[in-house]
Design a protein around this ligand. Structure first.
Ligand SMILES: [Zn+2]
Length: 253
């Protein structure tokens, strides 16, 4: 099976011993690292490009998801770093979000500008992939939150304390990149689930917010992320059925 992994940070074992190719899409050329993992072909994309220089508001979201689509990938695991707005969710925890709130301002979040598609988002993250993630994180010493609402901001600046006070009434974690990835994946009929790494408490909930905290925490979480990915890839055949692939069939007016 072909499996997609998208992350904002390099995941060494998906890059070591991989073949780097580029995929031409109508939205641009996307570098992809292909490796063999547990008998499956894994396509790894750094969402920020290669080298990873694109800030969240300039990421080629359409190109990244289109590259997976053109590679006939049915399942995408997304790795993201987030801040926590929920006092029960701490730095060093994982969250597998079940819903999102879009507070971005200036992003293209659809493949369809010339047709009237309104895709169902009542369950935006694939329930079957979320269950698979849940089953394959058991036994880890890290705390895994199996549900959570992800709020996406435009960035690249971090949020103000006042914004976080408001956002915390509707969401648990805050980040800048899952939207519009999750929407575009749905429009292409690809199952998409995310494993979010909590790197800090959001503004107003901790003293200072140095941006390099994110890389430092990611580094310490890299090993458990690799273990989880290895487990879900190994057990991908156990994924239950879902309706992500057919959502677009009923989406056109
Ligand atoms: Zn699905």
């Amino acid at each position: 099976m072909k499996i997609g992994v998208i992350s904002g940070h390099p995941i060494e074992n998906l890059i070591d011993n991989s073949e780097r190719i580029t995929i031409e899409t109508r939205y641009g050329v996307i570098p992809v690292y292909i490796s063999e993992q547990k008998g499956h072909k894994v396509f790894f994309i750094n969402r920020h490009g290669d080298p990873a220089r694109l800030p969240p508001h300039k990421i080629n979201y359409l190109g990244n998801i289109e590259a997976f689509h053109l590679s006939h990938i049915d399942n995408i695991f997304s790795i993201g770093t987030v801040g926590s707005m929920n006092l029960d969710i701490k730095p060093g925890d994982f969250v597998i979000p079940h819903d999102f709130f879009d507070a971005t301002k200036d992003r293209i979040s659809t493949f369809y500008d010339d047709k009237r598609f309104h895709v169902d988002m009542s369950d935006p993250f694939c329930p079957a992939l979320r269950t698979l993630l849940e089953e394959n994180t058991r036994g880890l010493k890290e705390t895994i939150h199996m549900r959570g609402v992800y709020l996406a901001t435009e960035g690249p600046r971090l949020e103000t304390a006042s914004e976080i006070k408001f956002y915390s009434s509707i969401a648990d974690i805050v980040g800048m990149t899952i939207v519009p990835e999750v929407i575009l994946a749905r429009e292409r009929g690809i199952c998409y689930a995310s494993l979010c790494i909590v790197c800090n408490m959001a503004a107003g909930l901790q003293d200072i917010l140095p941006a390099d905290d994110i890389s430092k925490v990611f580094k310490t979480m890299e090993k458990p992320v690799e273990v989880i990915l290895r487990n879900v890839i190994q057990n991908i055949e156990n994924k239950k059925s879902c309706s992500c692939k057919t959502k677009m069939e009923n989406a056109m007016l």
